[in-house]
Structure formats: structure tokens, C-alpha cells
Design a protein around this ligand. Sequence first.
Ligand code: GLC
Ligand code: GLC
Length: 812
Amino acid sequence: MKFGHFDDKAKEYVITNPKTPYPWINYLGNEDFFSLISNTAGGYTFYKDAKFRRLTRYRYNNVPVDNGGKYFYINDGGDVWSPGWKPVKADLDNYSCAHGMSYTRITGERNGVEAEVTYFIPLGTWAEVQKVKLKNTSGATKKLKFFSFIEWCLWNAEDDMQNLQRNLSTGEVEVEGSVIYHKTEFKERRNHYAFFSVNAPIQGFDTDRDTWKGTYNDFDRPDAVFEGEPRNSEAHGWSPCASHYLEIELAPGEEKDLTFVLGYIEVDKDNKWESKNVINKNPAKAVIERFDTVEKVDAELKKLSDYWSKLLSTYELTSGDEKLDRMVNIWNQYQCMVTFNMSRSASFFETGIGRGMGFRDSSQDLIGFVHQVPERARERIIDIASTQFEDGSAYHQYQPLTKRGNHTLGGGFNDDPLWLILSTTDYIKESGDMGILDEMVPYDNDESKATTHFEHLKRSFYFTVNNLGPHGLPLIGRADWNDCLNLNCFSEDPNESFQTTGNKKGFTAESLMIAGSFVLYGKEFIKLCQVLGKDDDAAEAQKHVDAMIEAVKKDGWDGEWYLRAYDYYGKKVGSSENEEGKIFIESQGFCGMAGIGVEDGLVHKSMDSVKEHLDCEYGIVLQQPAFTKYYIEYGEISTYPAGYKENAGIFCHNNPWIMIAEAQIGNGDRAFEYYRKVAPAYLEEISDLHKVEPYVYCQMIAGKDAFKPGEGKNSWLTGTAAWNYVAITQYILGVKPDYNGLSINPSIPSKWDGYKITRRFRGATYHIEVSNPSHVSNGVSSMEVDGKTIEGCIVPIQPEGTEVTVKVTLGK
Ligand code: GLC
Ligand code: GLC
């Protein structure tokens, strides 16, 4: 069952039934200032950090779901409704919510009145604009009472929910003209305030939430709206809000536009006040003026749309499969940019007060957006590397506002450092910017300890070398990529965190996932050294990589697949000898991508084992058989019910590792079959089961052991976005940046006839045409650049500003 449809031309998903199985959301904003918005106008706004600068209040995990948002109410002669269906939930004659590239347009119609609200954050602006269009579609004159509504959050979202003894006494507002200002704590240590304005005279307002709605009413039945009488309330403590009241008369067929602006202002310390206790409103007025006419607002919408067209045009596919095209050209790239902006902080599954930026998560996210905004990728790499420790290990997370490592969580996730080699080498291949390696970058943000960024990579590599276990395999530490495989935790206390508790000393438990990652990114490090002419570094590193390959072949191969780990006691994890958890996806993915033992058929065998034991209708599950009891020596992984999360759920983040490994050994059919299973556009028809948005990936789909296999959870903020993008664009479609050019080596379903890609790369545009006359999966038989045959699969770098035509023919 579907709840809407894709409009690829407009780059929108248009929801036509407001009762989606779960709120289906979108993100507004591209730098600094952001909003989350659901298909019924739920959500909130923040500046930079969803925990420390939350502008509007939102209630997570509430009943009903998705309470609080950017609401409008229409009282049409006593009949009350909302354009987004919620909060009033009066039936609409027409409803649609178009989620587009950084904007959302919600339209509702009832009894001859149409209300369209377009929400967006103009580029370079710390404000959300809400453009409202009201139209009388009836034959009679309409006298409408129109109310806006938002609820202010008292800045620190965590404190806002907890510290009620203080917070219910601190709220302060000012109202001047049609602008409502929120100034809680402004007179003490804050130099910021927020405002909510409308570009028309108002006939009333409210700023005290409970006076406006009535203490015991929900947002669906505010007294002021239902009685058609604003209270003109002034908030003193309790819960400040902002509601404008406008009386609007519309002749038959008449249309009126209004622009609301929800903004954030920072002033300097000496310039905070206009007069005693009256805030300096000049900067707010300047922002309001930028959007006070429809023409100005439309011009900003156009700029936003141009911005996205440019970003997305870096990689454009024409495949003949509309679902594939919309994933590659629009939604997967869009999601990659959202994960770049949000990391794992704010979604409808992440509350914005929990996690900071992850060392591993942000490094992986980067590989999905580096082609769109390489300059910003560079800055991100330096931020991440600056939180590294001198021994090469790293803080697991850092805070976006301070860019400092998170002490509470600390380090000890031994996979972390290697991801820095991945992000940096991908960045250099995309941009050609070798200069980043010479940047002086601190350790633990201490400038006095700075070294070159190249040295950071070297220490990342040697961290693994210096932390090997009894089999010469990497020690796992608190966990590797799988946060829930906690081999040193041994937790008996339900109040302990599996991630941060290490009740045993971690000198034995080893990870085959890190072993694979070390070989894969170790090879990348070696290649980089060679490109730089650092032959001694390359030769030295090669010895360690060779030794790791040998260690995996000797003690990391189970006969049909790669082992997953050795536990604290030195016992195998992910072996046919185990009763449960016999085979895991991560080590197949990483040792497979690294090609360990490929010459002896190990990768092929491992991939066949994945197919046989882990594949199911909805994707590849994380391990099998699922754990059915708590294994104290394995930690959190065995706590989840079977089929969910790391306990045999389909963790969509790691499925592409298998796609890539399959693509590399030429199995294009299988690679693409796996791709389709988890790609959201292909799941649109089962939206009622899948539950989450059909336009973005989710972190997890319930696996075959679950109560409801196929049900998705935790959409948007997941490494799934970047990895699937890389798998499809670079390994299946096969267009991959390299140091000396654009490598083209497809691995596709054999029945495909071919496809076209336009790729902008280092300032030149490559028009690539792949044809597959003999219906193979893999293997380039000839390649022409502007009519000239070239040897090999790498199109040399073209001069900036030029366009070239590349013809690739597959065959034996
Ligand atoms: C979550 C975490 C990520 C981890 C994964 C597997 O997505 O953000 O860091 O690798 O779970 O446990
Ligand atoms: C939990 C989740 C895991 C996530 C981790 C982050 O363990 O199950 O997916 O990576 O929290 O802290």
C-alpha cells in the first residue's frame, strides 16, 4: 500500500494520505540553522546544536506520536481545521504534503478554503520562512479567523524537559507589532533570542500556551481557536508560545499570501538592549524585512532550488529504471547531505540530546557527500582528526558546537582510527587536494601537539599494528563497528552502558572486522604513500598488511566463511562450532572487500555463505542463528529480541559491504539484487509494512526471525545512506574517482543493455555511455574517450571546464 507518490521532475515525494504508518519527515536548512518537519507539520527548529540551541519545543515518544510543531488553525464560521490535518484532525477535502529538497509544502482544503503552507530555510539565513497562501474556492465570501502556533523551547532541550522547578519560572517574551520575541535567559548569560513574525497587521496574539489552549486541552482543541478569541496573553514563566491571530476576508476566488518568519538572533554583549529590559530588535527587523513580500520569498525559494540542482548534478544517471534513477539522482544524495549536517543527532528516532558527532559515523558519512561539497568535507576531516589521540586512537564522539572530544564516552572503539584513512583518501581522490596531508592538525584539540595530517593517518594505521591480540589479529576494545559486540564488557548490572563499561581487561578479544578493515584501508594507506613517493613508508606498511592477511587466512577462516572474532576466553565467535551466531555479515563484508584470500576462492565462498545463511526477502541479516539468550561474554548484541537491531536484524548499513564485495568479484547480478532489497524506492508499494519513509534509507529492517519481518525503523540518520550510494554509484555502476582519473569498471545485472552517466569531476564533465551488447556482468572490453581508444579502465583527468564523451563497452 502506498501513501503518496514520487514526483521526480519536481524532486518531491508527495504524500496524499496524512495517516502515514509513522510520521514521514523532511529536513529544512543547509548550514547552521535547521528544522525537522513531518507530513502533518510536526517537528522543531534549532540553531547548530539540537541539544543546546533548541528554538521550539517537541515531545519525543509522546501519545499520540508527533506532538508539537509549526501549526496553523483556521476557524471558518465555527468550523475549525488545520491545513496539515494535525493537530485538529478535521477531515480534509484535499490534502497533500510535498517533501522536496530542503522544503516542505503542505496543502489542505476544506469547505471551499484552500490553505497552502511552504516551509523552508533560505540559504545563509538563521530563520525558517513559512509562506502561507489562502484561497477561497467557494462561491461565497469567507471570513476566516486564522491562528499560527509554535511553542518555545527554553534553549537547552534536555534541561527544558527535566528542570521544571526552575524553567516554569524563567520564560519571558516581548510583543511588538506583529512580532513575538522569545527572550528567556537573555538578561543573564545568553546573547541570543528568537522571534516569530508575520508580514501583516495582527488582530490579537497569545504567548502563554495554557492561557491560549486551556490547561487540560491538547493542541487539537485550543480554546482561543475554537472560541475564535485570542487572549492577548503575556507569558511570565510556565510555557511561552507564539500565536498570531489574523482576521482574513476572502471574496469568491480570492487569494491572499502571508509570510511568517521564525528566526534566531545573536547580538554582541554591548548591544543587547534597546532600553531597560527591552531587547535590541534591529537585527530581527533586518531579517524580517528580507522576507516581507511574496516576491522576495519566491526569489529565495528559487535560489534554494538552484542550489540543489547544482549539488545533485555532480552525478546523474539515466538507466531506464525510474526507481534506480530517483535513488541515485535525488533521494540517496539528498539523504547523504542530511547525514552530513545532522550526523546522528536529530531525527524522529534520535532526540537531538543524545549523541554528538561520531568519529566513525562522520568519517563514513563523508564518502557519500564528498563529491557534492568537497570543501566542507575537508573541514570535517580536520575537525574529526583534531579529536584523535597521540597514539592514533580517538574519542568516539565529539560535540558539534565545541568540536571537542566527548569525555564521558571516551575512546576505546578500536575500529575508529581506520575510518580516517577512508575519508581522507576518498576526499583526495575526489578533489585532487594533496595539500590536506600537510595541514598541521592537533591531537585532542591541543595545538601544541599538532602534526601533519599525513602523520595522523600513519598513526591511525599503526594504532592497529600496536594493538594486536594473541592471533596477531586486531584487539576489539569496547567494540568495533558493531557497537553491540562488547567482548570485554561482562555486564550484570542493568544500569550499566554496554558501550562504556569494560569489566574485563581487553588484551585478548580480537576482531576480524577490524582485520578486514586494516587490510582494506592499509592498502589505501600504502597506495597513498606510493603516490606521495614515500616508498619506505609504503614498504614498511606493506609488511604489516601482509602479516594481517596471513593471520586472517591462518586463524580467521572458518572453512566456509570468515570468523567474526575471538572472545575474551579466546573462543571463536561466528564459527560453525558456535550454537548461535555462527556467521556474521561484517567480517564477510570487510575481509571480502579487502579481497583476503580471493586467489584461493575465500571471497567467493564467503559470499556464497552469505547468500545461503544471511540473505532473506528483505535484505541480508546481520548474523545467524539469532541469539535467543543473553551471552554475558558478547554483550548488548544478545540483548535484543531475535531479528532486531544487531541481533540478526537487517542492518542496512552493512548490506552494501556485501554488494561491493560481490561487485568486485564480478557478481553484478547478486550485487544489484541486494541493492534493490533495501533501497527505499523499491519498497514504496509495501509502505504499510515498511512503515518508514519510502524516499530514504532506514538503519534497520526487521530480519527473518523478527515478529514482523520487513518493518523498518530509525530512518534518515544512518551510515546506510553513504554506503549504499557508494555501492551503487562506484561499484555497481562502477564510476569511481581515483588519484589519476575516473575509473570505470561496472558490475551490473547481465540483462542490462547499458546506461548513461554524467559525472562532474575536478572541474570537467564526463558524459559516460556504458553499453552491454553481449550481456555480461563485468569486464570492460573497450573504452573510448572522445573517439580515441584508451588502455585500461581509467579516464585520465581532463582539463577544467572541458566536456568529454566516454564510451565503455562491456564484454569478454
Ligand atoms: C549505529 C552507530 C554506528 C554503529 C552501528 C552498528 O548505527 O551509529 O556507529 O557502527 O550502529 O552498531
Ligand atoms: C545502541 C544501538 C546501536 C548504536 C549504539 C550507539 O547500542 O543498538 O545501534 O550504535 O546504541 O550508542
